[in-house]
Ligand binder design. Structure first.
Ligand code: LRH
Ligand code: MN
Length: 399
């Protein structure tokens, strides 16, 4: 791909795009990997074991560090508690840093304990609510110990039948529970509030959409921001518009990137609807004045496919969407938009989207001193066979 770089560079310059600025942004791109994507995963129907699947946080950190070595833009790993529980979190921080990555977002787990059957922070049972708050505070302590900056909150809370519980009371419990956690968030750190329109609850979900999450964040305070999981919207939702709104309001905290065709499918980002991912990244480019602290995280599972290769393809798909978004000639676009030139404006977006940016990304990797083709580097590394031989197929999964 590198041999096509010069031709692409000329094309980009001819469009009046500052290639140097584009390359700098691509050099600085960061995608955080979820620890839970390196273990065996599946659906409620089956969890398939994969040779070499990571069995504990140490192997998950090693896999994430390997993906960072081959991509150069994945310098941190998100952890999930208790899946990644360990005795010494500052030792875990060291262990990650010696491999060139850091521990990023800390995700509490309020959906796998029996006491959370009717909810956690929103449960009608006061004991369950207290335990949920205690678990949240425990995870804030983990965040401090790993010197992380984000507490990433997702609640499975909801109801399955009309009348099962009083939704207004659940809203009040949610506000109280989140406020109890918010006051424990140190200055300089943030609480991201993730929403999801259904599952595992199938009548009401207490944090169902961006508006509810945004309203909660406004009530909580400036350290609370909205987390957009790209798999958590009703069919037909314009996620790019939600991103625009939250960015403009200064309340877009971060993303859980993945793809979905039907529900929360957690497939590889950019595989089902690459245009949608481009549109989302374009709003981030358009709103870059407000995007400095946006956390770009993957939240996926590789149920039937290779996990390391899946992670590398995911990172490449995020680089690709960002590179294409950076190639929109925004000055010309603003002119066409102001002139009401509907198709002229649209064609300027599609011109960028239809650009083959692979030579540009290869160049970025060459400049980073890594193989311009990470997937070829993966095959040449023998890493997948090495971990398969060392770990076998019994890797623990989240399910
Ligand atoms: C819920 C979710 C949440 C995680 C979990 C692994 O669907 O997106 O972000 O805690 O997946
Ligand atoms: Mn998520």
């Amino acid at each position: 791909m590198l041999k096509y770089y010069e031709a692409l560079a000329d094309q980009i310059a001819a469009r009046g795009i500052d290639l140097g600025a584009v390359k700098q942004k691509l050099h600085d791109q960061k995608i955080e990997l979820p620890s839970w994507s390196f273990g065996n995963a599946g659906t409620r129907f089956q969890v398939f074991s994969w040779p070499g699947a990571a069995r504990d946080i140490h192997e998950r950190v090693a896999d994430a560090a390997f993906v960072n070595n081959l991509t150069g833009v994945a310098p941190s790993i998100a952890i999930h508690i208790p899946w990644d529980k360990t005795e010494d979190y500052s030792a875990l921080k060291q262990e990650a840093e010696t491999q060139g990555i850091s521990i990023g977002a800390v995700n509490p787990n309020w959906f796998q304990e029996p006491q959370y059957k009717l909810g956690s922070l929103c449960s009608p049972d006061a004991g369950a609510r207290e335990e949920a708050i205690a678990h949240g505070v425990e995870c804030i302590e983990v965040m401090k110990a790993v010197d992380g900056s984000l507490l990433s909150v997702w609640l499975a809370d909801g109801t399955n039948y009309a009348g099962q519980d009083d939704m207004r009371s659940r809203k009040h419990r949610l506000e109280h529970g989140l406020a109890e956690l918010y006051k424990e968030i140190p200055d300089g750190k943030r609480m991201l509030v993730e929403y999801k329109f259904f599952e595992p609850a199938f009548y009401s979900t207490d944090l169902p959409d961006w508006g509810t999450s945004y309203a909660m964040c406004l009530k909580l305070g400036p350290k609370a921001e909205v987390l957009v999981d790209t798999g958590h919207h009703a069919q037909g939702t314009n996620i790019a518009q939600i991103v625009m709104f939250l960015l403009d309001e200064g309340r877009l905290g971060g993303f859980h990137f993945n793809s979905r065709k039907y529900a929360d499918d957690d497939l590889i980002v950019g595989t089902v609807n690459p245009l949608e991912l481009f549109e989302i990244f374009y709003e981030l480019v358009r709103g870059e004045d407000k995007a400095a602290n946006v956390a770009y995280m993957l939240d996926q599972n590789y149920n039937i496919e290779a996990k390391i290769e899946g992670a590398i393809i995911s990172v490449i798909n995020c680089q690709t969407a960002y590179a294409k978004a950076l190639l929109v000639n925004r000055a010309k676009l603003a002119e066409a938009q102001a002139a009401g030139d509907v198709l002229g404006a649209h064609r300027l977006m599609m011109e960028a989207y239809e650009t083959d940016v692979r030579p540009l990304l290869a160049k970025i990797r060459e400049e980073k001193g890594i193989d311009p083709d990470p997937l070829a580097a993966l095959k040449a590394s023998g890493y997948e066979k090495k971990i398969a031989d060392a770990r076998g197929s019994s890797g623990s999964g989240w399910a």
